[in-house]
Design a protein around this ligand. Structure first.
Ligand code: GAL
Length: 674
């Protein structure tokens, strides 16, 4: 993985801060904000994300006076600005003047203004107004010394990822014409001979609006592709305006982790800096693992380059059914998990807790109760930690294993009218990730068609849809000596969602050495036994080995005696196949063995619940070992280096207390981690 950020905001050390919404407060508060930010070590804030109505109170008339004051004040206090283009929430005047810009649901219902993000991504009026606003801001602040990055829009697609209005239909047709050129190619790709769906003219095509029965699956798949691209086009339009006026200022927009509607692998190439928002699901006992997974995914979209944690929460959010506060120490652990996994900026939503509005019960860096609070003290403490860690900026995370992640395969596998509604993408990804996380193995996420040669082990939890090129890529990886673990219902269709004929798993029959004759999905909640004492759920299938060895068989369920796990020695490599959703312990065993066989190890041997990740600065060949103790017991580890956070040479043995974090600057050795 590279060690070079593509572009990075002009900030020393790890950037630290949050969303700053001064328009919610009287001017008298701003000076106090700046002073307290300085006290906490804040170095960058995201300003103006929801300020459109304040910047352009009526169409075409701008009020920059207040923003000038805030920009100057922040600069005087040494705080840099990630300035938003403010286009995430059009003001009421906009939807009043341009009612056709309001988004429409699949059922034809218009969504009104009065919350946020009430715009259709294909609306020409929205596109023009957002570009105008971005241009006005860029011209106003192009030379302002506080400006270090542009924050375009906010969480594209968070509330409206797809719009089904007529403007969207027109844009969809243009997108399809560019993809297929000829209407008969579209008819063939969509399989429109089925149910009399043949299109004689492009104008007959509409978005997959509510229909009497299942809409055409290939149409739905293209609709997902189009909708992701259409949001990206909104970003690119603003970005190009900004690049033209401020070519030296990097441009970002904030991602939302594993967010289904938007293919961040394809987006990341268009961003100067990748940034992400992550919120824990408070009631998820494995929330910290999910955090790690999201951070690894985002680092991977960024090609391994450092990324910005643009938002997370200091404590509770406001949008879950029960919004749990963070335990003491959790804010620190969560923040440093992101840093361990490649974030070189740690920011929160938001600086000061709102007094009014839908998010007034959302935590912030500065709580309603002020500075004599757990949250404020932890924010100040984190500022100090991040400043102590300044030297790690630009170092890269080390990973020898990879999990294949692919948005189109996700869209495809969760289409309707499939063998089982229980085959869901993320749970399968999380199963594999959890097993590797528990073993202390750091993973990158990879696209199925990218070069895999850097990895000793590649796991494909689910890859229902795969291109010929990607299938060949995975096959050649194994032939060349790679180690593959592949899950059920993979390799089934091509990129049009047409079945690969001749027996499943079409694209992977050769590399896996198997042929599947028929699927036997399991009943809801059904658990079947395997002959090694483990269990499976969700899926089973009639599998014929064609060269592969059978490692485990079903002992009961619909297919007693049929293979449940196989292994195929292929070329110089090995390919394992799992034909059911293994229970967590069984999957852990399979992946443990695969790690051992392929030579994948954790940075150090520790205990359950202790997260260890290594970052390495290739320029100085210095490595940094993060040890994050999520467990309720202290852990003692062998180390060779200094604990940067505690500022002491620890060499030999180090106790990391329950809930605590250590970051060790390791003593260079010629062999470590190579
Ligand atoms: C994010 C959003 C922020 C804020 C936050 C609350 O989705 O970008 O503006 O709403 O959630 O958790």
């Amino acid at each position: 993985m590279p060690n070079t950020p593509r572009r990075w905001p002009r900030i020393d050390g790890i950037a630290f801060g949050g969303d700053y919404n001064p328009e919610q407060w009287p001017e008298s508060t701003w000076r106090e904000d700046a002073a307290l930010m300085q006290q906490a070590g804040v170095s960058m804030v995201s300003l103006g994300i929801f300020s459109w109505a304040r910047i352009e109170p009526t169409e075409g008339s701008y009020d920059f006076g207040w923003l000038d004051t805030v920009m100057d004040l922040l600069h005087e206090h040494g705080i840099s600005v990630d300035l938003a283009t403010a286009t995430a929430s059009p003001p009421p005047w906009f939807s009043r003047h341009y009612p056709d810009s309001l988004p429409m649901t699949r059922d034809g219902v218009r969504l009104w203004h009065g919350s946020r993000q009430a715009y259709c991504p294909s609306s020409p009026d929205y596109r023009a107004a957002s570009m105008r606003l971005a241009g006005a801001l860029a011209r106003r602040y192009r030379d302002h010394p506080a400006l270090v990055m542009w924050h375009v829009n906010n969480e594209y697609g968070c509330h409206v990822a797809q719009c089904y209005c007529d403007a969207s239909a027109t844009a969809f047709r243009l997108w399809l014409q560019a993809r297929y050129g000829d209407i008969e190619r579209l008819n063939s790709a969509w399989g429109t001979a089925f149910w009399s769906q043949h299109y004689a003219d492009w104008d007959e095509i509409i978005p997959p609006r509510t229909t009497p029965a299942h809409p055409n699956p290939s149409q739905q798949l293209d609709w997902m592709r189009f909708s992701s691209d259409e949001l990206l086009a909104c970003f690119v339009a603003e970005r190009d305006v900004l690049h033209a006026i401020t070519p030296d200022i990097p441009v970002t927009t904030n991602f939302m982790g594993a967010f289904k509607p938007v293919d961040y692998f394809s987006w990341a190439a268009e961003l100067d800096v990748v940034s992400n928002d992550h919120y824990l699901i408070g009631e998820d006992p494995a929330g910290h693992q999910h955090l790690s997974m999201t951070a690894d995914l985002i680092r991977s979209t960024s090609g391994g380059a450092p990324w910005v944690l643009m938002e997370h929460s200091t404590s509770a959010v406001n949008w879950q059914p029960r919004n749990l506060a963070k335990q003491p120490g959790q804010l620190r652990r969560n923040s440093l998990q992101h840093v361990a996994r490649g974030a070189d900026a740690v920011c929160f939503f938001q600086w000061r807790a709102s007094r009014a509005g839908a998010e007034k019960f959302h935590s912030a860096m500065l709580p309603h109760a002020g500075t004599d609070t757990k949250v404020w003290r932890e924010v100040v403490g984190l500022g100090a930690d991040l400043s102590a860690l300044a030297e790690i900026v630009g170092s890269a995370v080390e990973a020898a294993a990879a999990i294949v992640f692919d948005w189109p395969a996700w869209w495809g596998v969760e289409l309707d009218s499939h063998p089982s509604v229980d085959v869901e993408y993320l749970p399968l990804i999380r199963d594999a990730y959890a097993a590797l996380w528990n073993r202390g193995v750091t993973v990158d996420f990879v696209r199925p068609d990218q070069d895999l040669s850097a990895y000793r082990l590649v796991v494909v939890p689910s890859l229902y849809l795969v291109s010929d090129a990607a299938a060949a890529n995975i096959t050649e990886y194994v032939r060349g000596g790679g180690h593959l673990v592949c899950g059920f219902f993979s390799g089934i269709v091509d990129t049009d969602d047409s079945i690969r004929l001749g027996g499943y798993p079409g694209a992977f029959r050769e590399v896996l050495g198997i042929r599947i004759e028929e699927f036997f999905p399991l009943k809801q909640g059904e658990v079947v036994s395997l002959d090694d004492g483990s269990t499976g759920s969700v899926w089973s299938e009639m599998l014929h080995p064609e060269g592969a060895d059978v490692e485990t068989r079903f002992a009961d369920g619909p297919l007693p005696g049929w293979p449940a796990r196989t292994r195929n020695d292929f070329g110089s490599g090995v390919a394992h196949y799992l034909s059911t959703r293994l229970d967590p312990a069984a999957l852990a065993t399979v992946l443990d063995e695969a790690c051992t066989m392929s030579g994948v190890a954790s940075p150090i041997i520790t205990r359950a619940g202790v997260e260890t990740v290594r970052r390495r600065d290739k320029r100085s060949n210095t490595s940094y070992l993060f040890v994050i103790n999520h467990a309720e017991r202290d852990v003692e580890i062998e180390i060779d280096g200094d604990d940067i956070l505690n500022g002491k040479a620890a060499g030999g043995r180090l106790v990391v207390a329950a809930g605590d974090v250590a970051v060790i600057r390791e003593t260079p050795t010629s062999s470590r981690g190579e």
